[in-house]
Design a protein around this ligand. Structure first.
Ligand SMILES: [Zn+2]
Ligand SMILES: [Zn+2]
Length: 453
């Protein structure tokens, strides 16, 4: 859908009409509320907190007799579950409530000795493999030096990514690891391997590489081998470590590419920024004009569901009823949509935010957060870059209850830091996230701090 044809005047905060036919059943309001309770049950306190922060909703409950309420949908909309989305393909993916997260055995405790989040810049390239820098550049980009340099120069800066991670996990120390990793020639089998030197331990790890089956990039690196390197350089005081890679990655022979992976129990994660460059949007069916929060534009959702509804033998008249409402800029979602609609596009900033979002997602796994099926959320699983950009960068009501406990800073601290880090950035995504976080902070207004159990 061309953005010029769309005024984004109505938004939708519930799963799309496709969700039902795909087999996705959303948790009830009671179950959603219970999911962010440490007991796994709705308490009177949470019912009252819900009432205080949101629209009233009647819901019978075994635990409480009073009315209970969630934050209103335009604060935390449901997942869109559009055709082809990961939740549409895997609609029964299990939930992970706060209670399940608290009881998760594989989750590493955050201790005084191990609480620092480390971020590692892309490795340097030894002169023995200097051709490798071309691997980070799409095959269609001309091979001359100015073109290469301008492509490589558009990569997000590590310091900007760290600033975002620091805000998102506010309360924990986030540091750049000065590891001086370096790629070098792997003499035994240079056609399939490249060496990654880890100076702190004098180890050289062999990293497999292969031709990109999608032909977008010349070569891809094996992410499991990179994670071995992460394990090698993991500092003693690390809660976890994140490697930033400008190269396209793959996990095994069965996949085309992979933008990130974490082994939370092992405290390690790696992400690739390669495919998030907005210059590649056309080749990946990415609709930046309807990236989050404009992914909640009712017309856009309708346009993506319409072809499927039309292909059904006897489409029911209800097949395309979109739950939609007027954009109200007093709500976090409405404020985000309005800010995004008014902002000037800035592809460099868009690129940065996409990478930041994936960085926090993979780090979220290191903190024991599983994929989120409750709401639109930074912890949603994703099947494509196109889906990725439709998902929000923020943590939903359930995930923020886990984060608040992990970092000790609670929801108020989290959204305040997010609002602050968006200031001074430009482009629609940052404007939207800043507006969302500021509206959420206003709504919390002193409430929502982490209450010790
Ligand atoms: Zn994930
Ligand atoms: Zn979530």
């Amino acid at each position: 859908m061309p953005s010029s044809a769309c005024s984004h005047s109505r938004m939708t905060a519930v799963p799309s009409p496709h969700a039902k036919s795909a087999g996705y059943t959303r948790a009830s309001p009671t179950a959603l509320l219970a999911a962010s309770e440490p007991s796994g049950r709705v308490s009177r306190r949470s019912a009252q907190a819900g009432l205080a922060s949101g629209r009233r909703r009647s819901e019978p409950s075994e635990e409480v007799e009073s009315e209970i309420a969630l934050p209103p949908a335009p604060t935390y909309p449901g997942p869109l579950v559009l055709p082809g989305d990961d939740l549409a393909e895997d609609p029964k993916y299990p939930t992970q409530s706060l209670r399940a997260w608290l009881r998760l055995k594989e989750r590493n405790p955050i201790t005084d000795e191990k609480r620092t989040v480390y971020v590692v810049s892309p490795p340097a390239i030894d002169s023995s493999v200097d051709d490798m820098e071309k691997w980070a550049v799409p095959t269609y980009v001309k091979r001359n030096q100015p073109q290469l340099n301008s492509w490589l120069g558009s990569q997000p800066l590590t310091e900007d990514i760290i600033s975002y991670i620091r805000a998102f996990f506010t309360g924990l120390p986030v540091r750049r690891l000065e590891s001086s990793l370096q790629f070098s020639r792997w003499d035994d089998n240079p056609k399939s391997y490249i060496g990654l030197e880890c100076p702190t331990t004098s180890e050289v790890i062999g990293i497999r590489h292969r031709a990109d089956p999608t032909r977008l990039f010349p070569r891809q690196l094996n992410l499991n081998d990179l994670l071995d390197a992460a394990l090698e350089i993991l500092p003693d005081d690390a809660y976890c470590i994140l490697l930033l890679m400008p190269y396209d990655l793959y996990e095994d022979d069965a996949d085309d590419f992979c933008c990130g992976r974490a082994y939370g129990a092992s405290r390690i994660a790696v992400i690739s920024s390669a495919r998030y460059n907005p210059a590649l949007d056309a080749s990946q069916d990415v609709n930046e004009a309807h990236a989050w929060p404009l992914s909640h534009c009712a017309e856009y959702v309708r346009s993506l569901c319409a072809p499927l509804a039309a292909s059904k033998p006897r489409p029911k008249s209800s097949a395309l009823v979109i739950g939609c409402e007027r954009v109200d800029s007093n709500t976090p979602l409405g404020a985000a949509i309005q800010a995004a609609s008014e902002a000037l596009p800035d592809s460099r900033e868009t690129y940065l935010l996409r990478v930041c979002r994936t960085a926090t997602h993979e780090l979220g796994h290191c903190f024991g957060l599983d994929h989120c099926v409750y709401y639109a959320c930074f912890m949603q699983s994703t099947s494509s870059v196109a889906e990725d950009v439709r998902q929000p960068p923020y943590a939903c009501a359930v995930c923020v209850s886990k984060l608040g406990r992990a970092t000790g800073s609670g929801e108020v601290g989290h959204v305040s830091a997010l609002a602050d880090v968006c200031e001074g950035r430009s482009g629609a995504g940052w404007a939207a996230l800043g507006a969302w976080a500021s509206a959420r902070r206003r709504a919390l207004d002193g409430k929502g701090e982490y209450i010790a159990e």
